[in-house]
Design a protein around this ligand. Sequence first.
Ligand code: CA
Length: 400
Amino acid sequence: MTWVEGATGSPYGVHNLPYGVFTHGGRGPRIGTRVGDFVLDLDGAEAADLILAGGALRQPTLNAFLRLGRAQWAAVRQRIIELLTEPEHRPAVQPLLIPVAEVEMALPFEVGDYVDFYSSEHHAANVGRIFRPNQPPLLPNWKHLPIGYHGRAGTVVVSGTPITRPCGQRSTPDGPVYGPSIRLDIEAEVGFVVGVPSALGERVPVDRFAEHVFGVVLVNDWSARDIQAWEYQPLGPFLGKSFATSISPWVVPLDALAHAWTPAPVQDPPVLDYLRDEPHLGLDLRLAVDWNGTRVSEPPFSTMYWTPAQQLAHLTVNGASLRTGDLYASGTVSGERRDQVGSFLELTWGGREPVRLADGSTRTFLEDGDTVTISATAPGPDGATVALGEVTGTILPAAV
Ligand code: CA
């Protein structure tokens, strides 16, 4: 039980406590945690010696805090819980609470490298059927390694940032043309935020996932399907993806997701030893996609074929080092049903089956002015719910 008004029973109760960076009252970006409908100013809390984190909470991004490692993450979290639950702390802490409606959220961490996986079997098979209709839906390597590519860290933006429709080349029967994308799409994904770095040449085995990964954000990996379809062979996604990737402003620590681990789908054929995780667990995150306010899909993250520990082991198995602030995303989260898919490419089956929104209009891909919001919840302790911060974005016309 917390003394913070309205926070008991909230999906942002003291069992959650995600970290973010906010601005308020004309002051520069500061680190905070969300509790109920308030942001606790952690910069102010450390300045007042209410929390000891060696100055890591007095920074304009989370990176210094992310670098501290699991023991200190746990200690700071425990101290915040004490401050928000023990009535004796209320006089000192209450002045550091700011209504969440009054703050503006910033990008929570400086993104190091950005990697995007492709770990939903349903999504990969759907895309295979749509893009390569006369071939097996999964390529031969898909069940042997988590497929991924390196994305563009510099265009990762915080939720709420408007997304300008990208321009590029697309293929037409008369040859390639240049112009605004006409098949602009979303990808609902879950991103994992690396805290503790690794050395060049070092591998991070599956059982050291929690030593390195701090927490989770929601990701919208905006995708221009027409640009993508023309450019992606043989080297993979490029300009169809790199124009913007949105993340939620709140990083939910793994410590808040302890009750969300659930058995991941059985892997057949068996994976190579370095990818074998025992137990083989994914996260029971329940995503939701709202298109101009109409709920169009509820992708279940628990169906992902490759787990975040396997993804981390794979992306370092060649000795590539991790940096604090590295972000690796899961790939589009799609369940087996049409109302569980994480992209509009799948929802409208390549644009052939439009969806109807609540205002009566229909859509295949995104139109200018459209807003997409991805949210998610997870099971918490004692029947509680953990909310992940929303990631939202509105499409602006192309800058032609
Ligand atoms: Ca993606």
